[in-house]
Design a protein around this ligand. Structure first.
Ligand SMILES: NC(=O)c1ccc[n+]([C@@H]2O[C@H](COP(=O)([O-])OP(=O)(O)OC[C@H]3O[C@@H](n4cnc5c(N)ncnc54)[C@H](OP(=O)(O)O)[C@@H]3O)[C@@H](O)[C@H]2O)c1
Length: 208
């Protein structure tokens, strides 16, 4: 499969790239600074640009079968419009290039999933993560109504632990306390979703 991976220099995106290459996919990445690709340079097709620019996303997306986004704000708690601006660019680029399959990493607790969260989770989502979550909610809704073959991925708190392969994935999961899932398992789910039609038009809550 020919994949465009956004956020490839971030920790989850890097797992997606590694898994995709191991599965034999042809990987294109859109990165702001190719120097941060390290040992990936030469193993992927690199397009230099910004994920909030329709022009840059279209250039990277043309000819691909699917897009996987693991975009994020790193350690920043301020969204700075990243998710609304990048989702708008991706949706417009998808229409321009005719690439309809999109697997988009969001967060558990965004939008309608807030009501299923535990009190501990709600405390974080409503305070520290408020800016990121508000921006993600708008972005996710624009993806749901885009007409694309989308999958929204809602993981619980991310860890850098190893892949377990035994995580749960469902439209809704019961929550207690502050459950986690490793970035490696999130990447595994996202790549599998891109390769199948099972999760098209669905929001997948994933957690250990
Ligand atoms: N931390 C948690 O517990 C948790 C829980 C659930 C969901 N999530 C979500 O999971 C996602 C991934 O998180 P992560 O910690 O693995 O990654 P991250 O550190 O947030 O990585 C962000 C990636 O996005 C890229 N990026 C940001 N703005 C960009 C732009 N304008 N154009 C192009 N690329 C851009 C970064 O590229 P550069 O290298 O150029 O900066 C980097 O590759 C985030 O959306 C996060 O909110 C996190």
């Amino acid at each position: 499969m020919k994949l465009l991976i956004l956020g490839a220099t971030g920790p989850t995106g890097r797992h997606v790239v590694d898994l995709a290459l191991r599965s034999g996919d042809a990987v294109t990445v859109l990165v702001r600074n190719p120097a941060t690709l390290g040992d990936l340079a030469g193993r992927v097709t690199t397009v230099t640009g910004d994920a909030t620019s329709q022009h840059d996303v279209s250039a990277a997306m043309a000819g691909r079968d699917a897009v996987i986004s693991a975009l994020g704000r790193g350690r920043s708690l301020a969204a700075k419009g990243l998710f609304t601006r990048s989702s708008a660019a991706v949706i417009a680029a998808a229409r321009e290039t005719g690439v309809s399959r999109l697997v988009w990493l969001s967060s558990f607790g965004v939008g309608h999933t807030l009501r299923w969260s535990s009190l501990t989770q709600q405390l974080m989502y409503r305070t520290l993560l408020r800016s990121i979550y508000a921006n993600k909610e708008i972005a996710d809704e624009s993806i749901r109504t885009s007409g694309l073959d989308w999958t929204l991925v809602y993981p619980t708190r991310l860890t850098n632990g190893p892949a377990k392969g035994s995580y749960q994935a469902d439209d809704r999961l019961p929550m207690r306390g502050n459950p986690t899932i490793s970035r490696a398992d999130v990447a595994d789910f996202m790549l599998r979703a891109a390769h199948s039609s099972e999760w098209i038009g669905r929001t997948a809550v994933i957690s250990d």
